[in-house]
Write a protein that binds this ligand. Structure first.
Ligand code: HT7
Ligand code: ZN
Length: 868
């Protein structure tokens, strides 16, 4: 299979000025008629036009009304070639597609009996023959005809311009989108849906109709999504001066969806997980994610839709920027410090791992076999970190100037990451040439910092050195990597008082391999706080004593670093403890850590959400990254030991705090209550580690009495780890109560899949035979198989049974849904980080998959890179 190369980009031979699409919807045989008005690209002289097309049953092709003979076009794998075309003409194609048998969830498919499309990245070619590439921007007029009974609602992009009944029990609607758009933003939805309506008045006093379309039984679960949309629209006006441009904005929730949501122009399609919410069925985290995903898709209207990507290698142009925008939005709605900690935790747990394994790639990749494999944590999350660095360097105002210039220059066009960087630089008269390296180099840089104190001169110096650790061979973007520009936010604290030494706080720019920064006028050696707010996406290496870390945990004025100092200290101690487990030593809770933990617990100056984070030990998967050879069993034992010993040491304080937090009364969904629930459930998790009859009843009581899903699910997850009768009682009661709500049943599957119990794998196998388990529904597969792969200690069970289970499911799913299978198989990507036995077991499963006859290209690409 030949990869697509970034260096091969060529503008298209023809442009498409306009397309008229006609759909005669039918589950088995939908007739799609496309009339595309093409015009030769003045820069090209070719009269040959290659249209992409997949899984289409061609009925006819005509040019300017004349039907073509079979000799006048060539059908090939993946498309059709038209020869000897005039300079401009109208090409009409008729094709049949089969939505009901399309389980890939790309193109036109059926979900819960409704019709739905997903076109990004290359799904439009599964609907009709087209120049299915983002630099071809076109206006669309779409006519939909379907049975009126089964499809009372028929939606597409833009404005509805007509609607009528037909003679045969069918009806017809016509939609027109005035904005030129690439084919990946096309959408069609039709079926039996109900609408939750709202409005938004733009700053220019235009009324926009807001419509959230869901299956009838979910109509009471849409208000949070609607309010989130209104907040997003207002925020984009306030912060970036960006107003919505159509008179209607629709969101449709569907149950079968490969990703979170899709920003189709004026008609977003969402995984129902990111729309539907009531306190009884959705957790605080679900509420927060819904708001964030609604915001993300809305923000794409400008960063993605009005200004789009020239080619798919530029994906981070829209995704990195839009993730940064949604992160800023959430920070403004909640707490900036907590949001930053959550985001960096996610980056370290997911993107850092990706960036050190076989799938490591620059945020602007150089090649791909399947573009769908490059919707990655690197393109999204690391991409957002690169945008954040422009913001850190330029400040909010300078960044806004750059954004304004970007829209001024590029509205309604398809551009590159270089264009964005140039707008940021030109608007602020700065040189961002070196930033190019962030776009072309893979891997996470390491920033090594050492300190020197000259008492005689009263000078304190920080020497910063950057380097790239090696990556597995063959990774593109790793040859000859050069230093990248790193804005490093630094602060100095008085070691006696713990106060900030104001004149020395700020951002230093490391642009070369190594640099020393000297701070003078000091009377005593300060304590440095480095990389505040995680101002650059690097691994910080700084030798620090446990005392210094404990000092920063107590005094740092930068909340992120205050939290991070605690994580660094805990990581050091837990890794030592894991070594102790391996060597058969008796473990001991570090007094230093215990004291620091106690101080956080009794600190009333911080908000509850921050305290919840500061009391949480680093995840096993994050700890594993710091080991030469990941030892899942020792790590698990060491972490469990710390959890239990901390719970024993602070039992009375934790119990008192739990009681205080649990006395809040009926559920409220304001930020304070959300923060208190977050802390309450962290405290409950410690108490449950005691595994005493009292602690089990506390958890069971919370499960039984909870009036909201946050508390119920938290208690259920804790019970799922235990071997007590209350566990099965709770699981049975939960299933019974929520069996008709698929999103809640996903939670039921997931809590069992991530259980730390020794028999988890057996339980997961058992659950794959449960009548509610289905390989056709991505949410369900992710909730059981996907969640299980995140359970480090059980997935990596020494006998390799976890690996076999995953490989079996990848093979079961791959031909129907390649995208989903490819995401699952990526759990093997870190196999070289484990011991030899586990490496061999995973390698054998990868080989078994690689040898599977007719393996889809998505899985093939991931597996080949892993085995390379
Ligand atoms: N831009 C959207 C990406 C997306 C997608 C990509 C491949 C396959 C299916 C997909 N569904 C949605 C989502 C986003 O980033 O907003
Ligand atoms: Zn996006």
């Amino acid at each position: 299979i030949q990869p697509v190369l970034r260096s091969d980009y060529q503008p298209p031979a023809y442009w498409i000025d306009n397309v008229e699409l006609d759909f005669d919807l039918d589950p088995r045989e939908t007739l799609v008629t496309a009339r595309i008005s093409v015009r030769r690209n003045a820069q090209q002289s070719s009269s040959t036009l290659d249209l992409a097309g997949e899984n289409l049953k061609l009925q006819s092709v005509a040019v300017d009304g004349k039907r073509l003979e079979q000799t006048q076009y060539q059908l090939r794998d993946g498309g059709m070639t038209l020869l000897d075309l005039p300079e401009s003409c109208v090409i009409e194609t008729k094709v049949l597609v089969s939505p009901v048998t399309n389980k890939s969830l790309s193109g036109l498919y059926q979900t819960s009996g409704n019709f739905c499309t997903q076109c990004e990245a290359v799904g439009f070619r599964r609907i009709t023959y087209f120049l299915d590439r983002p630099d071809v921007m076109t206006t669309y007029r779409v006519t939909i005809r379907a049975d009126k009974q089964t499809c009372p609602v028929m939606l597409s992009n833009g404005n509805r311009i007509s609607q009528r009944d037909l003679d045969d029990g069918r009806h017809e609607v016509v939609w027109e989108d005035p904005f030129p758009k690439p084919s990946y933003l096309f959408a069609l939805v039709a079926g039996n849906l109900k609408c939750h309506r709202g409005t938004f008045t733009t700053r220019d006093c235009r009324n926009v109709a807001l419509e959230i379309w869901v299956e009838p039984q979910n109509i009471d679960k849409c208000e949070h999504a609607l309010v989130s949309l209104q907040k997003s629209m207002k925020w984009d006006e306030d912060v970036f001066g960006l107003q919505y441009d159509l008179d209607i904005y629709m969101i449709v929730a569907v149950n079968d969806f490969n990703m979170g949501a899709m920003e189709n122009k004026g008609l977003n399609v969402f995984n129902s997980k990111y729309v539907l919410a009531l306190p009884d069925t959705a957790t605080d985290e679900d509420y927060m994610l819904i708001e964030a995903v609604i915001a993300h898709e809305y923000f794409h209207n400008w960063t993605g839709n009005r200004v789009t990507c020239r080619d798919w290698f530029q994906l981070t142009l829209k995704e990195g920027l839009t993730v940064f925008r949604d992160q800023q939005f959430t920070a403004d709605q909640t707490s900036a410090a907590v949001k930053r900690i959550d985001d960096v935790s996610g980056l370290r747990a997911g993107q850092f791992v990706e960036d050190s394994g076989p799938m490591a790639h620059p945020i602007r990749p150089e090649s791909y076999i399947s573009m769908d494999n490059f919707y990655t944590a690197t393109v999204y999350r690391k991409g957002a970190e690169i945008i954040r660095m422009y913001h850190t360097i330029l400040g909010a105002e300078g960044f806004r100037r750059g954004m304004d210039l970007y829209f001024q220059r590029h509205d309604n066009s398809a551009v590159t990451c270089d264009d964005f960087r140039a707008a940021m630089a030109d608007a602020n008269n700065v040189n961002f040439d070196l930033f190019d390296r962030w776009y072309s180099q893979a891997g996470t840089p390491e920033l090594t910092v050492s300190e020197a104190w000259d008492a005689a001169k009263g000078e304190y110096a920080l020497t910063m050195t950057q380097s790239y650790p090696p990556l597995p061979g063959g990774n593109p973007g790793t040859e000859g990597r050069k230093p990248v520009p790193l804005p490093v936010r630094v602060g100095l604290l008085d070691a006696e008082s713990g106060e900030e030494i104001e004149q020395h706080g700020g951002v230093v720019m490391l642009q070369t391999e190594s640099e020393t920064y000297t701070f003078g006028g000091l009377t005593a050696k300060p304590i440095a706080s480095v990389l505040r707010g995680f101002s650059a996406p690097v691994r910080l290496r700084m030798q620090r004593s446990n005392q210094d870390l404990a000092f920063l945990m107590a005094h740092d004025t930068d909340s992120f670093n205050r939290w991070d100092a605690g994580q660094t200290l805990a990581t050091k101690l837990l890794l030592d403890a894991a070594t102790g487990v391996k060597n058969g030593e008796k473990l001991k809770l570090s007094q230093e850590f215990s004291d620091a933990f106690g101080r956080v617990l009794s600190d009333d100056s911080v908000d509850e959400a921050f305290k919840a984070l500061a009391l949480t030990l680093p995840r096993e998967s994050v700890l594993g990254q710091e080991m030469d050879v990941i030892d899942p069993d020792s790590l698990h034992t060491a972490r469990q030991f710390y959890r239990t010993r901390l719970a024993e040491t602070f039992q009375s304080e934790l119990t008192a705090l739990y009681k205080n937090l649990a006395a809040d009364g009926a559920y409220k969904n304001d930020q304070k209550s959300i923060n208190r629930r977050r802390l309450k459930n962290v405290v409950l998790a410690y108490l449950s580690a005691l595994e005493t009859p009292e602690s089990v009843s506390l958890v069971a009581d919370q499960f039984n009495q909870a009036d909201n899903m946050t508390d119920k699910q938290a208690a259920l997850s804790l019970l799922a780890n235990l071997d007590v009768p209350a566990r099965d009682e709770a699981l049975t009661a939960f299933y019974k109560k929520y069996q008709s709500d698929p999103l809640v049943i996903d939670k039921w599957f997931a809590v069992q899949a991530v259980s730390s119990r020794a028999d988890t794998i057996e339980q997961v196998k058992q659950l794959t035979t449960h009548p509610d388990f289905s390989v056709d529904n991505p949410n369900r597969v992710r909730s059981l198989i996907g969640a299980f792969t995140q359970n480090q200690v059980r997935f990596h069970q020494a006998d390799g049974a976890g690996y076999k289970l995953l490989a079996d499911y990848v093979l079961k799913i791959e031909s129907a849904n390649p995208q989903l299978a490819a995401r699952l198989v990526a759990a093997f990507n870190s196999y070289r980080r484990f011991d030899e036995t586990r490496q061999t077991q995973m390698q054998n499963e990868l080989k078994r998959i690689a040898e599977h006859p007719g393996l889809c290209k998505d899985v093939h690409e991931i597996v080949q890179r892993a085995l390379h």
